[in-house]
Design a protein around this ligand. Structure first.
Ligand code: CMP
Ligand code: CMP
Length: 289
């Protein structure tokens, strides 16, 4: 049976805006998407309210409409804040996907609102779709060089559980620009061009941006800002049509811990390359810069 919560025009607009970049919704067809939107309901939250408590059964998946939220994970009985959501994103998919207790506590740190999607609709539409996606990408995921240090079962678990979606950039003149913030990207097809501007403003005006790398199938980018907590060090443009698997920062931090060392080591390579190109490492990893 199909669940429908009637909505005002304002609610529908806000809901559409909030769901626009939700990775788990990315490869739903229009009919599935409309069923999901119909079934979502608005829930207002107060500052300090627990939207989810670790250990509970999963009832709903949530998409953030507005407000800030802390993520707490208990380890040996002690809760530790492991991340935050700032006016966008989603949470609560793990318990619904795996029939497990809630893996974290989510506490609102301001008044806000979330859109809930009930467990039954989530499983009927999103989980089913995700299983299809996982089948499609199984071989690709297992062939990714930076994941080879992980066991196969881990690789698949990671990538099917983390809300990844297929991402197509928006077209800007003849190029597609990768615009999503706070995400990590793995190129599935096509080619991505990475460019950087020199720090000296006068230089930028005279020289524009310099191409520093090109990435194709199996290569990743966008990890640096997530590892260093700094702004993006460079810009990424899709050359023609590019398909990327995308992971949000919360999933990246939760799931890619074991690969973090490989990524950190890579920073030294970036710096070396920048010294060769610009005569400076551009402070890409220096937290004081
Ligand atoms: P779920 O386990 O259903 O409920 C808590 C949610 O917090 C979880 O799904 C994820 O969506 C989200 N979350 C964000 N960061 C983490 C984390 N580091 N560990 C576990 N859950 C997290
Ligand atoms: P991030 O800073 O998040 O966004 C831009 C990305 O460009 C960066 O992560 C890296 O993945 C990628 N990149 C490729 N070469 C370099 C380089 N030499 N210096 C910094 N970033 C680079």
């Amino acid at each position: 049976s199909r669940i429908i919560y009637p909505k005002t025009d304002d609610q529908r607009n806000r809901l559409q805006e909030a769901c626009k970049d939700i990775l788990l919704f990315k490869n739903l067809d229009p009919e599935q998407m409309s069923q999901v939107l119909d079934a979502m309901f608005e829930k207002l939250v107060e500052g300090g309210e627990h939207v989810i408590d670790q250990g509970d059964d999963g009832d709903n998946f949530y998409v953030i409409d507005r407000g800030t939220y802390d993520i707490y994970v208990k380890c040996d009985g002690v809760g530790r804040c492991v991340g935050t959501y700032d006016n966008r994103g989603s949470f609560g998919e793990l318990a619904l996907m795996y029939n497990t207790p809630r893996a974290a506590t989510i506490i609102a740190t301001s008044p806000g609102a979330v859109w809930g999607l009930d467990r039954v609709t989530f499983r009927r539409i999103i989980v089913k779709n995700n299983a299809k996606k996982r089948k499609m990408y199984e071989n690709f995921i297992q062939s990714l060089p930076f994941l080879t240090s992980l066991e196969v079962s881990f690789q698949l678990h990671y990538f099917s559980s983390c809300g990844m979606g297929i991402y197509l950039g928006i077209k800007i003149s003849s190029r597609l620009k990768i615009y999503m913030a706070d995400c990590f990207f793995i190129v599935e097809s096509g080619e991505v061009r990475i460019t950087m501007k020199r720090k000296n403003k006068q230089d930028v005006e005279e020289n524009g941006a310099v191409e520093i790398a090109r990435y194709s199938r199996g290569q990743y980018f966008g990890e640096l800002a997530l590892v260093t907590n700094k702004p993006r060090a460079a810009s990424a443009f899709a050359l023609g049509t590019v398909k990327c698997l995308v992971m949000d920062v919360q999933a990246f931090e939760r799931l890619l811990g074991p690969c973090m060392e490989i990524m950190k080591r890579n920073i030294a390579n970036y710096e070396e390359q920048l010294v060769t190109l610009f005569g400076t490492n551009m402070d890409i990893a220096d937290p004081s810069a």
